[in-house]
Design a protein around this ligand. Structure first.
Ligand SMILES: Cc1cc2nc3c(=O)[nH]c(=O)nc-3n(C[C@H](O)[C@H](O)[C@H](O)COP(=O)(O)O)c2cc1C
Length: 189
């Protein structure tokens, strides 16, 4: 089982990188899956530039193929997302929009951060990913800019947050595994 921890911000000085590394450190101790950080900044995706909707599976740009190959290699995802104007950032939405089949019949979990724990961004992501045939698990991690970041800058998660990551990953691994027969059946067609 391979799980990607996707950094949903590409902003210089972003908080997302520290949050994703913390999630990875917790996840790596579990031994129930192979957890990897995926940084969308590494893929330099331009604003959506494919001529056909991704659900047609006719990718033409080299960057689309590289991104597709990366996402196809995972069984599940943890989206680490900031909240920009009550939604996920544009870079993450764009990265999701680039693909379709590579997301299908997989599970996703969320670590949000913001003034209100990033909950509004996560709600948006649940709707977006529903259209990509992604099953989203209920437990989520909500990091407060006021309580989990010293001076609203340095990441200092509260003690209760690590168990919250554990509960979220428990469910994510179960659901990623449960959907495997569907992925295999679809791949065999
Ligand atoms: C364009 C923009 C819009 C924002 N809107 C919100 C918001 O609606 N709600 C919120 O809680 N925080 C908001 N913030 C604050 C972010 O949560 C905070 O800057 C956070 O550090 C962004 O994540 P990042 O550092 O990983 O990019 C906004 C920040 C930016 C840059």
């Amino acid at each position: 089982m391979k799980i990607a921890i996707i950094i949903g911000s590409t902003r210089p000085g972003r908080k997302g990188e520290a949050v994703a590394r913390w999630v990875h450190d917790i996840a790596a101790k579990r031994g129930d899956a192979q957890y990897e950080i995926v940084d969308i900044a590494d893929f330099a995706l331009p604003h959506m530039d494919e001529p056909f909707p991704p659900m047609m599976g006719r990718y033409s740009r080299p960057h689309s193929h590289v991104w597709a190959e990366k996402i196809a290699s995972y069984d599940g995802f943890v989206f680490v997302t900031p909240e920009y104007n009550h939604a996920p950032g544009g870079a993450l939405k764009n990265a999701i929009d680039y693909l379709f089949a590579e997301w299908n019949h997989k599970a996703a979990a969320f670590v949000g951060y913001g003034a209100s724990g990033g909950v509004r961004a996560v709600e948006h992501l649940r709707l977006i990913l529903a259209n990509c045939a992604v099953a989203t698990v209920r437990p989520q991690v909500e990091l407060s800019l006021f309580h989990d970041f010293a001076e609203m800058t340095h990441f200092t998660p509260g003690a209760h947050q690590e168990p919250a990551v554990g509960a979220m990953l428990d469910e994510l691994v179960l659901w990623s595994d449960a959907l495997k027969p569907i992925r295999e059946a679809k791949a065999a067609v």
